[in-house]
Design a protein. Structure first.
Length: 99
């Protein structure tokens, strides 16, 4: 009887845990790709290039907890660029883009 139930059990595990795992991996891939993007400063005057890059920076963290995902964006930073706003934008873009 146990061997007959094994395929049914595995199918249910793939539909539940497999979906959660796929979703978490998708978020991880998106945030890694987003953080690895190198800003093109060819059209920016050299004296403003560093500041332009700093304005493109975002900071987003995500954690898996049970069957949910927690996305955290620090809203306060020591620098005066758009890190918090870019982080919120990145988080919203990631959640809106998941199917």
């Amino acid at each position: 009887m146990i061997e007959e139930e094994k395929p049914i059990f595995l199918q249910k595990i793939k539909k539940t845990i497999g979906t959660i795992d796929f979703l978490r991996n998708s978020f991880e891939d998106y945030f890694k790709a987003s953080n690895s993007y190198e800003t093109d400063t060819n059209l920016v005057p050299p004296e403003f290039a560093q500041e332009f890059k700093a304005c493109q920076k975002s900071e987003v963290y995500f954690y898996g907890f049970s069957d949910s995902i927690i996305i955290a964006v620090p809203l306060m930073s020591n620098d005066e660029n758009c890190t918090a706003m870019n982080g919120i934008y990145t988080a919203l873009l990631a959640t809106g883009g998941m199917n």
